[in-house]
Design a protein around this ligand. Structure first.
Ligand SMILES: Cc1cc2nc3c(=O)[nH]c(=O)nc-3n(C[C@H](O)[C@H](O)[C@H](O)COP(=O)(O)O)c2cc1C
Length: 433
C-alpha cells in the first residue's frame, strides 16, 4: 500500500524556445514556436491533470562554449533561441485558474527592484499562482550580454543572491496587506502610513523603495530553486519553498532531500514547508514493448546527433566537450557554472552521459502508465517525498497527452496524487500535503 501522496510539476526544458521541430509528432508548422500556443496548451492540460505548477526554464544568450562557436547551437537549436519567459507567463496565467506558473529570472541579470515588481505583478494577475525560479546565472556568454567580462565566481553568486532575496522580500513587504483601501467616500486610495520605504543599503545592492505596487495575493510569490552544490544547497534550504533536483538515483534523491531538510531546520524553517521535486522524463506507452522501443529510438537519436548533446553539456558547465574523446572517462571536472552537473559528468565517458540522457541510474521509468505509476510511488516511499518534475526536452502534444491522460490517471488511481485542487494559490496547494 503506497505510503506517501506527492506533488507533480512540469519543467519546460529549453524555456520559451522551439519544441520538437525535428521530432515525429512535432506538429504541422514549426515556425509557430514563437507563439505561446503549445505552451498555453501544456498549462491547460496540466491543470486538467491537477499539477501543482509549470516551470519555464530560461537562459538569455546564444551559447558558444562548444567548439568555441555558436554554430552547433544555432544549426540544431541547442538551448537557444529563447523568447522572454516573463512574456509567456501571462498567456499561461490568462488561460488557466488553478495551476501555478513559475518563471525563471536571474539575480545577475535583473535589478532587484525590477524583479520584485515583475514577480509581484505576475502574482496579482494570477490571483496568487506565481512563482520565481531563482537562478544566479552560470554561463560567461550570458554575463557578457549584461556588461560583464565573465560570470561572478560560483559561491559569490550565491552570497550576492542572499542579499538580493533579502531586498526583494523587503520590497514585497513594503505595502501592508491592508494599505490599499480604495475608499471612494473618504477619497482614500491607499493609507500612506501603511506603505514603507525600505532604505536598503547593502554590500551589493541599494534601493529606497517602497515597491510601486500593493502587496500581492501571496505576499511573497513562491521561490523555486535548484542549487545542488554545497553552497547551492545551503542557499536553497534558506530561501526556497520548492526545490528542484536532477539527482540521478533513489539514493541520491534521499541524500539530497534529507540534507535540504536538515539545513532548513538549521535556519529555523519547517522542513515540511519545502517541497523537493525530482526531475524525470518518463516514457509511457500502451505496451511495455512499445515503450522500450521508444527508449531505444531515443538512444539511437542521441548517437546520431551527438553534437547536439555535447553542445548542451558544454553550455551547462562552460567546458568545451569537443576537446574530449567520446569513449574515454572524463577526469574530475571543475566549473564556475553548474557544479552539480560537472560532478555528475566526472568519471564517465561523454557517450555514456549522452546515451543516459535524463534516465535515472537505478529505476527505468519506461513502460505502461500503471507500471511507471507504481515505480514513481515506490521511489517517493523510499525517499520520503515530495514529488516529481516531469519534462521532455523535445516537447510534443503527444507527450503531453501521454502524461496528462495516461500516467496521471494511473497515479490518481493509486491515490498518490491529487484529483482536484484543494486551494487557489500556488503556496496553499503546495502545502496541502
Ligand atoms: C530542474 C532544474 C531546472 C533548472 N532551470 C534552470 C534555468 O531555467 N535557468 C538556469 O540558468 N539554471 C537552471 N538550473 C540550474 C540551477 O539553477 C543551478 O545553477 C544548477 O543546479 C547548478 O547549481 P550548483 O552550481 O549549485 O550545483 C536548473 C537546474 C535544475 C536541476
Amino acid at each position: 500500500m503506497p505510503k506517501h501522496k506527492f506533488h507533480l510539476a512540469w519543467f519546460i526544458s529549453k524555456g520559451y524556445g522551439p519544441k520538437g521541430w525535428r521530432q515525429p509528432w512535432g506538429g504541422p508548422n514549426p515556425h509557430n514556436w514563437v507563439k505561446p500556443d503549445l505552451l498555453v496548451h501544456l498549462a491547460k492540460e496540466l491543470e486538467r491533470a491537477s499539477f501543482d505548477y509549470v516551470m519555464i526554464e530560461d537562459s538569455s544568450n546564444i551559447p558558444y562554449t562548444y567548439k568555441n562557436s555558436h554554430e552547433t547551437y544555432l544549426r540544431l537549436a541547442v538551448d537557444s533561441p529563447k523568447l522572454d519567459p516573463s512574456v509567456l507567463a501571462p498567456f499561461m496565467i490568462q488561460a488557466t485558474s488553478r495551476i501555478g506558473v513559475i518563471t525563471t529570472l536571474s539575480t545577475t541579470e535583473y535589478n532587484p527592484f525590477m524583479l520584485a515588481r515583475l514577480t509581484n505583478t505576475l502574482d496579482h494577475v494570477s490571483d496568487g499562482r506565481s512563482g520565481w525560479n531563482l537562478v544566479t546565472g552560470s554561463n560567461d556568454g550570458g554575463a557578457q550580454n549584461y556588461g560583464l567580462e565573465r560570470q561572478y565566481p560560483h559561491d559569490q553568486r550565491y552570497d550576492m543572491a542572499d542579499e538580493y532575496v533579502e531586498l526583494v522580500q523587503k520590497l514585497w513587504d513594503s505595502w501592508d496587506a491592508d494599505a490599499m483601501v480604495i475608499d471612494r467616500d473618504q477619497e482614500i486610495f491607499a493609507h500612506p502610513d501603511k506603505v514603507h520605504p525600505v532604505h536598503h543599503e547593502g554590500h551589493y545592492f541599494r534601493s529606497r523603495g517602497p515597491l510601486s505596487a500593493p502587496r500581492s495575493p501571496q505576499g511573497h510569490p513562491v521561490i523555486c530553486q535548484a542549487g545542488g552544490s554545497a553552497r547551492g544547497r545551503t542557499f536553497a534550504a534558506r530561501w526556497a519553498e520548492t526545490i528542484i533536483s536532477s539527482a540521478g538515483s533513489v539514493a541520491a534523491m534521499k541524500e539530497f532531500r534529507d540534507d535540504i531538510r536538515a539545513q532548513a531546520a538549521g535556519f529555523g524553517r519547517n522542513p515540511d514547508h519545502i517541497k523537493v521535486l525530482f526531475l524525470i522524463a518518463p516514457i509511457v506507452d500502451q505496451f511495455q514493448e512499445s515503450a522500450l522501443a521508444r527508449k531505444q529510438a531515443r538512444i539511437q537519436e542521441a548517437d546520431t546527433h551527438i553534437d547536439f548533446y555535447l553542445a548542451n553539456m558544454s553550455r551547462l558547465t562552460g567546458i568545451d566537450f569537443s576537446k574530449y574523446d567520446l569513449d574515454e572517462k572524463l577526469p574530475t571536472l571543475t566549473t564556475n557554472g553548474h557544479q552539480t552537473v560537472a560532478a555528475r559528468f566526472s568519471g564517465r565517458t561523454p557517450r555514456e552521459i549522452v546515451q543516459a540522457g535524463r534516465s535515472l541510474q537505478d529505476v527505468d521509468l519506461v513502460g505502461t502508465p500503471d507500471t511507471v505509476a507504481r515505480q514513481m510511488s515506490e521511489i517517493i516511499d523510499a525517499v520520503g517525498g515530495d514529488g516529481f518534475l516531469v519534462t521532455d526536452p523535445e516537447l510534443t502534444r503527444r507527450y503531453i497527452s501521454e502524461i496528462a491522460d495516461g500516467l496521471t490517471p494511473a497515479l490518481q488511481k493509486l491515490g498518490v496524487v491529487r484529483s482536484r485542487y484543494e486551494h487557489v494559490t500556488l503556496r496553499d496547494n503546495l502545502l496541502a500535503f
